[in-house]
Each structure stands twice: as C-alpha cells, then as structure tokens.
Design a protein around this ligand. Structure first.
Ligand SMILES: *[C@@H]1O[C@H](CO)[C@@H](O)[C@H](O)[C@H]1NC(C)=O
Ligand SMILES: *[C@@H]1O[C@H](CO)[C@@H](O)[C@H](O)[C@H]1NC(C)=O
Ligand SMILES: *[C@@H]1O[C@H](CO)[C@@H](O)[C@H](O)[C@H]1NC(C)=O
Ligand SMILES: *[C@@H]1O[C@H](CO)[C@@H](O)[C@H](O)[C@H]1NC(C)=O
Ligand SMILES: *[C@@H]1O[C@H](CO)[C@@H](O)[C@H](O)[C@H]1NC(C)=O
Ligand SMILES: *[C@@H]1O[C@H](CO)[C@@H](O)[C@H](O)[C@H]1NC(C)=O
Ligand SMILES: *[C@@H]1O[C@H](CO)[C@@H](O)[C@H](O)[C@H]1NC(C)=O
Ligand SMILES: *[C@@H]1O[C@H](CO)[C@@H](O)[C@H](O)[C@H]1NC(C)=O
Ligand SMILES: *[C@@H]1O[C@H](CO)[C@@H](O)[C@H](O)[C@H]1NC(C)=O
Ligand SMILES: *[C@@H]1O[C@H](CO)[C@@H](O)[C@H](O)[C@H]1NC(C)=O
Ligand SMILES: *[C@@H]1O[C@H](CO)[C@@H](O)[C@H](O)[C@H]1NC(C)=O
Ligand SMILES: *[C@@H]1O[C@H](CO)[C@@H](O)[C@H](O)[C@H]1NC(C)=O
Length: 481
C-alpha cells in the first residue's frame, strides 16, 4: 500500500515536469481533481430540523446532518445543501468526502455567544494562541485530518458576525484567541469556491498543516491530489477598521492555489505564514509551492504579506496579476530576530497599485514574540525575492526595505517597476543586497547593481525576456496548475 502511494507520486512528478512549471502566464487556473459535482447523496439542512430565521441556533442540526452524511463517505461522499435563509449556528466540524453547498441567499451566521465557539488546543507551531496565551476558539467551520472537502455554492454567504469579537478584543474581554471563520487543519483536497465570506472574528480562511500526510507513522508527501487547498472565486469582506481580519492565511501548508478573489478587509488580504519563533522553528513545517493570481483588493494593511510568523520557512511563492487600491502596503515581508526560518524563492509579478502608501516593504524588526523564551540570535534568512512588472499611481513611497544588521537580505531583484511617487525620498533601504533594472524612480544604492546576464542566476525566476539564455533553476516540488 505504502509503495503504491510512492509510485503514484513518482509517476505524477514525471508527468508534471513535462509541463511549464507555473502554467501559461495570465491564463492559468488551479487544477482541480475533485469538482464535487458528482456526490451521489444529498440532504438539506432543513431535514435535520434547522430553522432559517436568523434567531434559532442550528448547531445541533449541522452536527446531526454531518454525522448522518458520514455513512456515505465511502460511497462517493455526500452534499449538505443549505437553502436560502439565515442559519444561525455555533462552530461545527466537517468530514471527508463532503460538499457543503450554500444556495443563493443562503447565509450561515456565526453565533454571537462565545460559548458556541469551543476552545481548542493552541497550534504546536505557535506554542500558544496568537493573541493570548492558552487555547483558541474553534473556527465556525472546522475540519481536521480530512480529504476531499468542498465548501461552495451559488454565492451564498458565511457571516461570522465578528463585530462582537472585535468589541471583546478592543475592550480586553477575550479569554482566548479569537476564532477564524474557516479553518482546515492537516487536510488535503480542500476546495473553497463561489461564496462570500463576511466579518470574520479573526483571520477569515486558515489552512494550516495542509501539507504532509502521515502514513504508517512516517511523513510522506501526498501526490494523488494536485492541490491540498484551492480557494477560487470568493469574495471576502470585513470593515477596514476591523482588527486582524486577514483574508486568506496559508500556514505551514504545501501546494495552495488562490485565484480570482476580491478581498477587502481590515488586515492583510493574503498572508503566508509558518509558525512563531521557537515553536515554529521546532515544528519546522514550511509553507511552500503557493500560487496566487488575479486577486483584487483593498485594505489598511498589505495586499500580499509573508510573515510575520515565518519560523518554519516560506518558499516557492508565485503571485501574479494583482491589483491593490486604497491600501497601506502592496507587498510586505515581515520578520524579526528570534523568528529564525527563511523566506526564499519568491516571485511577484504584474501588480497594479493605486493610492497605496508604500509599494514594497520589508520589515526586519517586526517584534511580537510568543514569550520570553525565543532566541534573539535566531535570525531569519531572506533571499531570492524577485519583484517585477509593477505599475503604481499615487504612491507615497516606492520601497521601505529594512533588513537586519548582521543578517543582510540577499539577492533582492527588482525589474520593470514604474511608480508615480509623491514623496521626495521614494526608497529607503538598509541591510539588503540585490539588483535592479528599469526601476523608476531610481532605487537605492544597495540595489543599484544593474541586472546583467552574469548575475541572472542570483535572482529567482526572472521573466523569460531577461533570462532566456539561462537555464531555469527549478525547485524539486514544482507542480503544474
Ligand atoms: C493528519 O491526518 C492523518 C490522516 O487522517 C493522520 O493519520 C495524522 O495523524 C494527522 N496528523 C496530525 C498532526 O493531525
Ligand atoms: C487527527 O489526527 C491526530 C493525530 O493522529 C489525532 O490526535 C486527532 O485526534 C485527529 N483529530 C481528528 C478530529 O480526527
Ligand atoms: C464565481 O461564482 C459565482 C457565484 O458566486 C458564479 O456565478 C460565477 O459563475 C463564478 N465564476 C467562475 C469563473 O467560476
Ligand atoms: C456575491 O455576493 C457578494 C456580496 O453580496 C457580491 O459583492 C458579489 O459581487 C457577488 N458575486 C457574484 C459573482 O455574484
Ligand atoms: C471571559 O470569561 C468571563 C469569566 O468567566 C466571562 O464572563 C466572559 O463572558 C468571557 N468572555 C468571553 C468573550 O467569552
Ligand atoms: C463556480 O461556479 C461556476 C458557475 O456555476 C461553475 O462553473 C464552477 O465550476 C464553480 N467552481 C467551483 C470550483 O466549484
Ligand atoms: C496583468 O494583470 C492584469 C490583471 O490585474 C491582467 O488583466 C493582465 O492580463 C496581466 N498581464 C499579463 C501580461 O499577464
Ligand atoms: C479609493 O477610495 C476613494 C474614496 O473612497 C474612491 O473614490 C476610489 O474609487 C477608490 N479607488 C481608487 C483606485 O482610488
Ligand atoms: C513592464 O511591466 C508592465 C506592467 O506589468 C508591462 O505591461 C510591460 O510589458 C513590462 N515591460 C517589460 C519589458 O516586460
Ligand atoms: C503622476 O501623476 C500625476 C497626476 O496624474 C501626473 O500629473 C504626473 O505627471 C505623474 N508623474 C509621473 C512621473 O508619471
Ligand atoms: C530610513 O529609515 C530609517 C528607519 O528605518 C530612518 O531612521 C531614516 O530616517 C529613513 N531615511 C530617510 C531618508 O527617510
Ligand atoms: C555580477 O556579475 C558581475 C560580472 O560577472 C560581477 O563582476 C559582479 O561581482 C556580480 N555581482 C555580484 C553582487 O555578485
């Protein structure tokens, strides 16, 4: 059995390497192996006594429906249909081979009573709750150790009613870290699509440890699914002043594809993470092979963020065709001494910015440690970051690029960047080294060395017109999409 999995993996890798590693520019789509359209069994939540009046608590109905549908898991799985209505519920758990389908005008509403969101253990890679020591409230929709789960519909809505949580946060009345709207842990074959997510209490969609699968006690990569997590064609909204309402946070996860989303929230639209200081270093689960494309959004924070929790490492991130408006920052890498880990092999291209304070930002002194036991000598490695084909209008600063003294960020490559900047000193760089080409306004001295063929191989994945003569250095795990 074990050998079969490994063999399938090898065959797929061979097949996949004959394709272009990141698909055709601009037109590619996440590859879905499970469309979920073929679930042979379907029930409606109303068959389990649910009442869609926005007042009746339906937690038991969701739990009972899903318990019942578990008996179809080995028969092709099942669909739980949520019709038009306002379905108030506390947190409930998904199962494998399930499609949760929200019809047009169906709204799942999160309970405003914190007792309906039980408290889970902290994540081992964080060592404690992100906001408070101790546990974390379980997400409204939660799944663990699952395979083949689809959350979709006809633009139905999942509304966390986060207002009450933001109030508890602001008045210091929380006892545990706030819940996410959706969290999938250690799961594969997850698809989240065609829905609207509103007012999450905390980060909105949180795939965590969706990476390796334990087979016989050993960790092995799963190859039979193309993507562990796909988020496609969703709208995520929260007020711009709502605290920590990130959009999508892939965390210690492998092979995640996010595309065609509109996100407008109070914090980072997409934030890639991998654990916190000594806990993240010890747990050592990277986020890698992450595709992001065709995202439009608006935030008081950043469009694409990496970190600040990145202690398990982040690599092989490809983000393209993005448009961020009315935001504080376009692209940011946040880290600190004590984090350890790495951020490397990051490629960001074709970004349009309008009315953004800082186009590109590196923060080397983010701070925020889980406790006093972190090792201040654990320095992060930040290298091979390529940012190209960026245009911006009404930008205050082009780049605040701050490395760490004694820990220079290396091979930062900027190419074809044109920003209409209002500040007199558009760039401010410290402890970084790299190259630039066609950057306007002219970049700082430490990136002043012009990209030339001799140096192309220092830069990660430069576009073809710049590096056509150079052999592509490919990572071992590139999959096609
Ligand atoms: C992940 O899920 C697999 C399959 O259900 C299970 O064997 C493994 O123990 C889980 N690991 C964790 C850390 O939850
Ligand atoms: C997931 O797997 C882990 C590790 O095997 C186990 O401790 C946990 O109880 C499982 N959780 C669920 C919900 O299956
Ligand atoms: C996106 O989702 C909406 C429903 O939310 C659907 O009508 C539309 O066809 C979807 N678009 C794509 C490209 O899947
Ligand atoms: C889905 O609903 C949201 C919120 O009502 C709306 O902003 C969005 O345009 C809708 N999407 C589609 C594809 O209809
Ligand atoms: C925190 O605990 C106190 C005391 O048990 C309780 O009154 C309060 O409702 C709790 N707060 C939240 C947000 O659950
Ligand atoms: C989203 O909805 C469109 C239109 O109904 C459908 O074609 C597409 O397959 C759906 N996407 C997913 C991933 O379910
Ligand atoms: C750049 O991104 C925009 C969407 O933001 C898209 O319309 C355009 O086709 C992309 N250009 C390339 C060359 O992929
Ligand atoms: C930004 O916000 C302003 C004021 O809310 C709005 O008029 C404008 O359309 C938004 N978008 C851009 C790209 O500036
Ligand atoms: C520079 O970037 C812009 C915006 O993405 C793009 O339209 C243009 O083709 C790029 N130029 C080169 C030489 O790649
Ligand atoms: C920046 O935008 C302003 C207003 O649109 C325009 O007048 C100015 O020429 C632009 N500057 C550059 C350098 O493109
Ligand atoms: C650059 O940033 C540093 C802080 O990182 C600040 O002290 C310095 O004044 C800035 N320089 C300019 C020219 O803005
Ligand atoms: C870039 O290549 C040139 C020519 O080989 C070399 O002189 C220069 O030192 C290289 N730059 C760096 C930072 O390695």
């Amino acid at each position: 059995m074990k050998r079969d999995f490994i063999l399938v993996g090898v065959l797929l890798v061979v097949a996949v390497f004959s394709d272009a590693p990141w698909g055709a520019r601009g037109s590619a789509h996440c590859k879905l192996t499970n469309s979920g359209e073929l679930r042979p069994h379907s029930v409606s939540i109303t068959e389990f006594g649910a009442v869609g009046d926005g007042v009746t608590l339906n937690t038991k109905a969701f739990q009972n429906a899903i318990f019942y549908l578990n008996s179809f898991a080995d028969k092709g799985g099942a669909k739980l249909f949520v019709p038009a209505g306002r379905w108030l519920t506390g947190s409930f758990d998904l199962i494998s081979h399930l499609t949760l389908w929200l019809d047009k005008d169906a709204v799942i509403l999160g309970s405003t009573n914190s007792d309906d969101w039980p408290v889970n253990e902290p994540l081992p890679s964080y060592g404690r709750g992100r906001e408070l020591p101790g546990g974390r409230h379980r997400s409204l929709i939660y799944g663990r150790n699952l395979t083949d789960v689809i959350i979709t519909g006809d633009n139905g809505t999942i509304d966390g009613q986060g207002d009450i949580w933001w109030k508890w946060f602001r008045t210091g009345n929380l006892n545990n870290t706030r819940p996410h709207l959706v969290e999938l842990m250690n799961s594969t074959g997850v698809v989240i699509s065609n829905l609207t997510f509103l007012n999450s209490p905390f980060w909105t969609i949180h795939p965590v440890y969706c990476s390796f699968y334990e087979i016989g006690g050993e960790l092995r990569l799963v190859f039979w699914m193309n993507s562990h997590v796909t988020v496609q064609n969703v709208t995520i909204l929260a007020p711009h002043d709502s605290p920590n309402t990130d959009g999508i946070d892939p965390d210690s996860s492998h092979t995640v594809c996010i595309e065609d989303c509109y996100i407008s929230t109070g914090d980072d639209l997409i934030a890639i993470k991998s654990g916190w200081d000594e806990y993240g270093i010890a747990y050592a689960r990277p986020s890698t092979n992450i595709i992001i494309r065709r995202i439009i959004g608006e935030t008081q924070s950043a469009g694409i963020a990496i970190g600040s929790e990145m202690s398990g490492g982040v690599s092989e991130v490809h983000a393209e065709n993005l448009r961020f408006v009315n935001s504080s920052v376009g692209i940011v890498i946040k880290t600190s001494s004590g984090r350890g880990g790495y951020v490397r092999d990051i490629y960001i291209s074709n970004v349009t910015l309008a009315n953004v304070d800082i186009a590109i930002r590196f923060i080397g002194h983010y701070g925020e440690h889980p406790d006093e036991f972190y090792d201040p000598k654990a320095l992060p490695t930040i290298e091979r970051i390529t940012v190209e084909n960026i245009v911006g209008e009404n930008i205050k600063y082009a780049g605040f690029l701050e490395g760490i003294e004694g820990d220079t960020f290396l091979n930062i490559c900027l190419s074809n960047i044109t920003l209409n900047v209002t500040s007199e000193s558009p760039w401010n760089c410290s402890y970084i080294q790299g190259y630039s080409d066609l950057v306007n306004p002219e970049t700082c001295e430490s990136l002043g060395e012009k990209l030339s063929p001799q140096n192309y191989s220092d830069c990660y994945h430069l576009s073809n017109h710049l590096r056509s003569s150079i052999n592509q250095k490919k990572g071992a795990w590139f999959l096609s999409w």
